[in-house]
Write a protein that binds this ligand. Structure first.
Ligand SMILES: O=C(O)c1cc(=O)[nH]c(=O)n1[C@@H]1O[C@H](COP(=O)(O)O)[C@@H](O)[C@H]1O
Length: 224
């Protein structure tokens, strides 16, 4: 079985991205390319990273009116990433149109509440109630809109699995025991995230900033 770990390649530098992917390719199940990489390197960069033969998670977190998001998804044709993100807060019509615009080879998953937010941050943007309530609400919306799954933290994944048993659950903000949190606020360990029902673990800095990324990926893999 392939590893559930997708390494987050957060750099605008294609050569650095290729170097990191080359170091960890045997100990991860896929490569996650986000806004930083895509803004700098576009389709060309994704094509270059596809050469590693690993599935690509294109994390663009699209969030706009339905027509704009659908056209943006269409503009990705030719890349056919394994997984693509949109923001659940874009609403039902946006989610439905994003899914309809994606090819059948791409799982469209909705970001619920970013793992960098805690309940206080949510309150500040007008969401009263705990992260788990908001994640559950948005998971139901994504499920009913026909999406493949959601992005949430390891703190909520067991809860959403109950209401969406066959959903695909992407869990970022994962930290090995004692690891630096950085800007993440709702983090669990890789083992905990898997035990609670994660389908994919997104791990960036604990691997990419390690002195030896390959060794770091292997050490995390060994805890799963
Ligand atoms: O969609 C994501 O991947 C994502 C959603 C979220 O709620 N939180 C989150 O951290 N991410 C991404 O997951 C990665 C986490 O990176 P590290 O904190 O370095 O492990 C980054 O690439 C984020 O963009």
């Amino acid at each position: 079985m392939s590893s559930p770990i997708y390494v987050a390649i957060d750099t605008p530098d294609l050569a650095k991205a290729q170097h990191l992917a080359g170091q960890v390719r045997n100990h991860v199940g896929g490569l996650k390319l986000g806004l930083e990489f895509f803004c700098a390197n576009g389709h060309h960069g994704v094509h270059e990273m596809m050469k590693f033969g690993l599935p690509i998670f294109l994390d663009l977190k699209l969030h706009d009116i339905p027509n704009t998001v659908a056209k943006a998804v269409q503009a990705l044709h030719g890349l056919e990433p394994a997984v693509l993100t949109v923001h659940a807060a874009g609403g039902r019509a946006m989610l439905e149109d994003a899914k309809a615009a994606a090819g059948t080879k791409t799982k469209v998953v909705a970001v619920t509440v970013l793992t960098s937010l805690d309940n206080g941050d949510l309150n500040e943007i007008g969401v009263n109630g705990a992260a788990e309530e908001q994640v559950t609400r948005l998971a139901e919306l994504a499920r009913d809109a026909g999406l493949d799954g959601i992005v949430c933290s390891g703190e909520e994944v067991a809860l959403v699995k109950k209401i969406w048993p066959d959903g695909y659950f992407v869990v970022p903000g994962v930290r090995p025991a004692g690891g630096a949190m950085g800007d993440q606020k709702r983090a669990v360990t890789p083992r905990e995230a898997l035990d609670r029902g994660a389908s994919m673990l997104v791990i960036g800095r604990p691997i990419s900033q390690a002195e030896d990324p390959d060794q770091a990926a292997r050490a995390i893999e060994a805890t799963l």
